[in-house]
Design a protein around this ligand. Sequence first.
Ligand SMILES: [Zn+2]
Length: 286
Amino acid sequence: MQNGARHPHESKVLRRMVDEYLIGISPTVIAQSLDADRVPPPRANRWHATTIRAILNSDRLHLQRWDHADQRPIVGSWERLLTPDESALVHVSLLTPRRDAARSSRTLLGGILRCGRCDARLVAGVTRHGKRIYTCRTASTRCPSPNVNADQADAEREVAALDAFAAAQHPDVPCAQDLLRRLRTARSNIAALAAAFGAGDLDHASFLRMRSPLANELDHAGRDLTTHNRARILMLEPAEVNRRWGALTFRRAMVCALLPFDQLTVRSGLPRPSSAQDSGGTTPGA
Ligand SMILES: [Zn+2]
């Protein structure tokens, strides 16, 4: 590396990381895919999620080297890799709690589908007859929700995601810089509240009351981030979506970003045929 210019190969890897991250793919999954493609890691013998997060969070990536002596950023000698909005969105993603697309990547919908009865995330499983299912299992309670046929659920959501991609208009996205400012403010206010509560300056009821709108603000930021993820997916060329469709993590990102909440919530079982209601006298749950 000379005169602050990035090695072309390095730029390509950084660009790939950012592009994956900004459609909702987690550092863990990005690390796995870099290993799978034999991209040499900076140090160790494989990529780690912590390395990816450190790179995504580095001043270098965001075009601001920090002058430790003068306590100010050095701007200018690096070629620009991210737009200011992308830079803000990477920071927003790093500050936002992990979301759906980031979870387990062994199945399309494991950890993504929600139980309409108890709101828990469904997990993937296999029945003793070898049928793939999604099921609601919480540690403490046994949820009476019926299992979902996983092959059928996957196929339906895949079609829905592709339809949404083909049909969707580019969404209006909230200003990325503003989103980052709101998120940082909410987080620092929550930290200040927690400190005041810890120091005994706030009683518990006041703490909860004051915390609630800030927690809502964080939720809202998470939804705004998903809108940005969706917008970036919708900007992809159809040919690229086709090419990447074979990758499970990409399909998970598509499903999370493009399908509305109610399509990812499983109401108690399939709708019953109307005759079932007329038959009368059947034991519930039989
Ligand atoms: Zn449940």
